[in-house]
Design a protein around this ligand. Structure first.
Ligand SMILES: NC(=O)C1=CN([C@@H]2O[C@H](COP(=O)(O)OP(=O)(O)OC[C@H]3O[C@@H](n4cnc5c(N)ncnc54)[C@H](OP(=O)(O)O)[C@@H]3O)[C@@H](O)[C@H]2O)[C@@H](O)CC1
Ligand SMILES: Nc1ncnc2c1ncn2[C@@H]1O[C@H](COP(=O)(O)OP(=O)(O)O)[C@@H](O)[C@H]1O
Ligand SMILES: [K+]
Length: 525
């Protein structure tokens, strides 16, 4: 599991070392790691000697890291320039930079554009304007410099600790921000690098150890990300004497005459993701289409048989189908069964949901949902609000509904009502295609049906994640998001990185499950 922390948690963890006079040592480790990363990137394109690097240095320790790193690169033969964004910068770092032969330029009112043109063609730019000490975004000439540089599309941008202007805690972005190809972050991943819109500006994230890592483990992570090994370790795997009912049966109320495809995709994805059986409830015309794609499914329009979990709402439209979803929701609540609540069913929530109800809105649906809650204030929440502050709003939704909330996006966040949040980002932008969310619903429903009876076990796979029982549903939803994202990426990779349909994502699911299972060498039951 990858853990991400707030800027404050990292600073608190550094504090005892700073009190012990170790600050300079931490900074040297950070600078060395940053310089190594820049050198590695530049060397993939050309030789280091004679290559050019510009560091944009702010007044704080972030600027100090950047200047020390540029000094190390100058000593390795790079032509180094520092653009100082403040009258006073880290003095020892500036002295080291000058001693290494670096050239210094001063950012002043009126010369931002000129400096941007001067350094945009360099082989590397290090963004060391603001780090975890930032309050708000770049202002004045620094903002102008970054805006001009962003327009000039520099070859390689390496962010020092985090892209300047990005909130380390929340991932909120104060524009302008210089979008990084690589972010070299110190001591531990900042939460803002694992949630949008911040993650979208950070490029690849590389962590440099500076000696606080062990102490950081005692902190409760702000965000968690499951690795392929974590996912492989909790994926369901049938025992030798399994039968279709013991594998887990999923009931599906999805689709409608208008949106028939949602039912076809959801049911088929659930079957491919390993549900023992899928029972579909919906209109006859849709039922016929579902069975044509998935003859393994049952069509039970009136009284579906026993299930271990429900998938409700994808493509649900019209009175009749909405009534089926409502009945199923009531039955699930009475029987304490887990439910995936998607799209059309998001309007059917009880006053308080249990954490094993997993809501799967996209940003627009989350805004509508929050607006409908009596506990939300007077001011309407918009889609733009959710897209700018997804971590804040997904937490709020989980807290206010009592449900686990999976917010879909380039980075998918899953919040449990306790505040534990997972972040998964294995997909590709090609997955922004109609029906993609219906496939996710099917995968998640299938995992719920398969794990519903074991997820709480003290000796079960999910116990290994070290989470409270109520938070394991969020982990399960993160597993589904990870599988879905990997399936999308695998499907696109098979087409040389080309576009994909929701059907292609779905078709890749069994292979992804197979390889994740194979990666994990746990003993088989
Ligand atoms: N602690 C350590 O030993 C280690 C720390 N490390 C590194 O230090 C970084 C944190 O350093 P930091 O605390 O000096 O803050 P940093 O982000 O560089 O600068 C903030 C300064 O800028 C100012 N300022 C604030 N907002 C502003 C704005 N919007 N626009 C303009 N100015 C603004 C504000 O000054 P003020 O406005 O208060 O006068 C403040 O002084 C961290 O990210 C990591 O890279 C590593 O080396 C490991 C060891
Ligand atoms: N830019 C993106 N990068 C990666 N994944 C994305 C991106 N945009 C959307 N997705 C994923 O695609 C799915 C889209 O779901 P949704 O919006 O419900 O679509 P639909 O309703 O058409 O099925 C979600 O799982 C989401 O995480
Ligand atoms: K920075």
């Amino acid at each position: 599991m990858i853990s991400a922390f707030t800027g404050q948690q990292i600073r608190d963890t550094e504090q005892p070392l700073l009190d012990a006079g170790e600050g300079a040592v931490l900074m040297q480790r950070a600078a060395y790691g940053l310089a190594q990363a820049v050198a590695r990137e530049v060397k993939t394109r050309r030789t280091l000697a004679g290559a050019s690097v510009t560091v944009l240095a702010g007044k704080g320790n972030n600027g100090g890291d950047g200047l020390f790193a540029a000094a190390l690169l100058a000593r390795r033969g790079m032509r180094a320039t520092a653009v100082l964004a403040a009258a006073e910068v880290h003095q020892q770092a500036l002295a080291a930079f000058a001693a290494a032969g670096g050239r210094t330029l001063y950012l002043e009112p009126g010369n931002a554009e000129e400096l941007a043109v001067l350094c945009a063609g360099d082989d590397a730019i290090i963004d060391a304007l603001l780090g975890t000490g930032a309050r708000g975004g770049l202002r004045g000439p620094s903002a102008e410099l970054v805006a001009s540089l962003q327009e000039l599309r520099p070859r390689l941008v390496v962010a020092c600790d985090l892209p300047s202007g990005l909130d380390a805690n929340t991932g909120e972005v104060h524009w302008p921000v210089l979008e990084a190809d690589v972010t070299v972050t110190f001591g531990g991943v900042k939460a803002g690098l694992m949630t949008d819109p911040g993650e979208g500006c950070a490029g690849r994230v590389h962590v440099v150890e500076i000696g606080i890592e062990e102490s950081l483990e005692s902190q409760q992570p702000e965000l968690r990300r499951l690795t392929s090994r974590d996912v492989g370790a909790v994926l369901p795997h049938p025992g030798r004497r399994a039968h279709k009912y013991s594998r887990g049966v999923l009931g599906v109320v999805a689709g409608s005459v208008r949106f028939a495809g949602a039912a076809v995709l959801g049911v088929h994805a659930a079957a491919l993701a390993g549900a023992g059986m899928v029972r579909y409830a919906g209109p006859q015309t849709v039922g016929q289409l579902v069975l044509a794609q998935t003859p393994e499914a049952l069509w039970e329009p009136d009284e579906p048989g026993r299930v271990q979990a429900w998938l409700l709402g994808s493509g649900v439209d019209g009175k009749e189908q909405l009534a089926r979803a409502k009945d199923a929701a009531a039955a699930a609540l009475a029987a304490d069964l887990p439910v995936v609540v998607d799209a059309g069913a998001l309007s059917l929530l009880p006053e308080r949901c249990p954490p094993h109800w997993i809501l799967t809105p996209h940003a627009g649906e989350l805004a509508t949902l929050l607006d409908s809650l009596p506990s939300t204030g007077e001011v309407a929440v918009t889609r733009d609000d959710v897209e700018s502050r997804p971590l804040h709003f997904v937490r709020q939704a989980a807290e206010q509904t009592g449900a686990t909330v999976l917010l879909k996006g380039a980075t998918t966040l899953v919040a449990s009502p306790s505040g534990v949040v997972f972040s998964q980002s294995e997909g590709t932008a090609w997955m922004a295609t109609a029906g993609s969310g219906d496939v996710l619903g099917g995968v998640l429903g299938a995992l719920l049906a398969q794990c519903a009876e074991t997820i709480k076990d003290d000796d079960g796979a999910y116990a290994g994640l070290g989470l409270d029982v109520a938070d394991r549903w969020a982990a399960l939803a993160a597993v589904a998001a990870s599988v879905h994202g990997r399936a999308g990426s695998a499907a696109s990779a098979e087409l040389a990185g080309g576009p994909i349909t929701a059907s292609a994502i779905m078709a890749a699911v069994p292979r992804v499950l197979g390889s994740l299972n194979a990666e994990c060498d746990r003993p088989r039951p």
